[in-house]
Design a protein around this ligand. Structure first.
Ligand SMILES: [Zn+2]
Length: 136
């Protein structure tokens, strides 16, 4: 597993993995230590986990928040995600899937599928999680 930590989601600072109980004589973590990732700049931290790997995975996992538009010039969605796309000039919106996004070179714009060539979108956001199915 990669040890590479993403930058802090709050301030963009670098982060490091640390552990709660450290044996300073032997320079090693104590048996029941918990690991967390902490931002070196603003000290924002992950929850505490049993292993270093879990702490890193949690820190690097960035659930996109729904309810906030993201410009296509800033960033495109992760593969495999359902998204809402919108055109800021016209106000029109459309539900699409990241894997269907297509860059139309003639229009120099992103479109939700090659089928909807005329619909250009300037922004996207992830859809909310579907409701949980409650079995009787
Ligand atoms: Zn930070």
């Amino acid at each position: 597993m990669s040890e590479k930590l993403k930058l802090c989601p709050f301030c963009g600072g670098e982060a490091t993995v640390c552990c709660s109980d450290w044996d300073s004589e032997n320079y090693s973590p104590l048996p029941n230590t918990r690991y967390e990732v902490e931002c070196n700049e603003c000290l924002a931290g992950s929850d505490k986990y049993k292993t270093r790997e879990l702490a890193i995975e949690a820190w690097n996992r960035r659930a996109e928040r729904t309810g906030r538009w993201i410009g296509v010039a800033d960033r495109l969605p992760e593969p495999g995600t359902n998204i809402l796309v919108a055109n800021a000039k016209t106000g029109s919106q459309y539900v699409s899937h990241r894997d269907l996004i297509w860059f139309n070179p003639e229009r120099k714009a992103y479109v939700p599928t090659s089928y909807f060539k005329e619909f250009e979108f300037t922004h996207w956001m992830p859809l909310p999680e579907p409701p949980e199915v409650v079995l009787p």
